[in-house]
Design a protein around this ligand. Structure first.
Ligand code: ZN
Length: 205
């Protein structure tokens, strides 16, 4: 079954073939890509983006990211842990609070406080003077933009595009705009072009 799913994904996304040949993409990831791409009726461009998001990740981590990218419902899991009476009571109190909508994410927040410092250390620092956004910065920006173009038109509507997403410098790199999270945003190729043209008009020649 996984083999068939994998083959299907390769057929519609030829860019994946060399990655399989080089051993950068395994069968589990391929079948995951196929399942989620079919479920979300993804376009060929979205499949290529999904492929990039999958590389170098465990299947579980890739699934989390892909579900977010494709805007699919998050998978639910059951955890069973044994705790002492005191922890159990604390948990009951926490659970009661979590019923309130604003605290629904309490458990996630708690886990994040414990897991975050470790994750920080493994982050690769991006040089602000480099032009292109590295893979880590690109991922951060995509996540922040919820995998959608961040262009907002004059009447306040935000672009719906989830395709051909590019990292854009708000203050252009050519006038010393830094390649850093606070100077970057996600734009679809159309809006990236538009913004670039606008800027070129304003620039003194
Ligand atoms: Zn756009």
């Amino acid at each position: 079954m996984r083999r068939i799913e994998g083959m299907r994904f390769l057929k519609k996304t030829p860019a994946a073939i060399p990655l399989v040949e080089k051993g950068n993409l395994n069968l589990s990831s391929l079948s995951l890509l196929e399942r989620l791409s079919t479920e979300s009726h993804a376009s060929p461009a979205q499949n290529v983006e999904a492929l990039n998001l999958t590389l170098g990740k465990s299947v579980a981590a890739a699934e989390l990211e892909l579900r977010e990218y494709f805007n699919l419902a998050k998978k639910k899991r059951v955890i069973t842990i044994e705790v002492d009476e005191e922890t159990y009571q604390l948990w009951e109190d926490t659970k009661a609070r979590m019923q309130e909508p604003k605290d629904r994410d309490a458990l996630k927040k708690l886990c994040n406080t414990i897991a975050a410092p470790k994750r920080e250390q493994t982050k690769v620092r991006q040089s602000p003077s480099a032009r292109g956004a590295g893979i880590v910065l690109r991922r951060t920006l995509l996540k922040k933009a919820q995998y959608r173009c961040e262009f907002v038109s004059a009447n306040g509507t935000r672009c719906e595009s989830r395709q051909f997403l590019q990292c854009d410098h708000i203050t252009p790199h050519s006038i010393c705009g830094e390649t850093a999270q606070n100077n970057m945003r996600i734009l679809c190729s159309e809006h990236n072009k538009l913004v670039y043209q606008k800027f070129s008009c304003l620039r003194p020649s």
